[in-house]
Every structure is written in C-alpha cells, then in structure tokens.
Design a protein around this ligand. Sequence first.
Ligand code: IMP
Length: 215
Amino acid sequence: MRDLNGQTLVVASHNSGKLREFADLLAPFGIETKSAKEFGLPEPEETGTTFEQNAYIKAFAAAQATGLPAMSDDSGLVVDALDGQPGVYTANWAEKPDGTRDFMMAMEKTEKLLQEKGATEPGQRAGRFVAVICLAWPDGEAEYFRGAAEGHLVWPPRGEKGFGYDPVFLPLGHVRTFGEMSAEEKHGWKPGQAEALSHRARAFQKLARARLGSA
Ligand code: IMP
C-alpha cells in the first residue's frame, strides 16, 4: 500500500456530519484534503450489500474521477433485536419521497419496530454503530479499516449535537448519548492516546496507525 504523506486526499462524502468529523480526525496529520463535493463529483449510487462494498464504490469513484487517493466511509446502525437492521440501509430509512432526509422519522421508525418486538429494557435494545473506511487509489487498489461502537438505543432522543441517529445512541459505559457529546468526546481519541470511542474514530485510528505513522 502506498504512502499518503505529501498527497492530497479526497474525502469521498457529501454528508456534512461525516465531513466535519473527518476534518477533525485528519487535522493533526497536516494532510491536504478536499471533499468530493468541492470537486463537484456526483454521489454514486450505493448498490452494495455490505459496508465494505459501499465504501469501495464511493472511494473508488472519487479516486478515479480525480486521479488522487480517496477515502470514504460507509456506516450505519446495527440493532440486534431488529436482526441487524437498518445496517447498510441506515441512511435510506431517513429518506422522504421528495429525496430529502428526515432523521427524526428514521429514529421513530427504529423505535416503533423495537416497541413491536417488546424491546423496552436496555439489554433488549443493544446495537452498534459500524464504520468501514475505504482508502482507494485511482488504479483500484483499496484497503479497509473497520470500527464499531457498542451501546444501546434510548428513547426519547437526547441532545442536539452530532448528526443522524446520534441522539438515540448511548455508548456502552457512558451516561450521555452521542447527541449530547461534544465532537471531541464522541471521537474520544487524539493521536498518541489509547482507544477511540466512536465507530468512525476507531476505524480512523486503524488507518492512522497503518498509513499515517500515528502512535
Ligand atoms: P452512508 O454511510 O452514507 O450509507 O450513511 C450512513 C448513515 O448512518 C448516515 O446517514 C447516518 O444516518 C448514520 N450514521 C453513520 N454514522 C453515524 C454517526 O456517527 N452518528 C449518527 N448517525 C450515523
């Protein structure tokens, strides 16, 4: 796998929540980054059935279009009582007929399904956020880094910070939902520190250790 240092890295996402988090995570490394949005790239259709496949579709499309290495993230919420749903369809559950996204609607749908299963106790509402980061090069070479954050779903939603399903996710061993945490607390990691908290920061930590010379 080639070295990223000295390269411009394309962050292949149009999701402002993810872009903000990657900007934070990449900041200490002094790598020049540009988003797929800044290049005016279209969002490719996510036709895969795994996080890895969708992450590759996004990263490779951006690498091919720009001639630069590109990094993408495919992520989602995996709820045990719902047989792993919404999983790779986490963003789709928020889609409205007019094409816009409504995450309150998506969180309500998840809660309704949990209620139908009689899942009222924390132990019955366990799940995890999963993130797979794909680092792809214009010739198709790719590498994957997976991170997960264990926890359970709470209701009603709590907190205005973060994005997506953050307000209903309480990470294991914590009293604040991701929606109530500052970005720094949600990532839970800086280079040189032990263990990240969020799924995205955990996946990024693996990438940083493998490709950015981080401790
Ligand atoms: P995709 O990776 O573009 O398919 O979208 C993943 C979806 O999962 C996002 O639109 C969010 O709704 C949700 N998601 C992923 N990571 C997070 C997170 O850190 N907090 C809250 N929601 C997330």
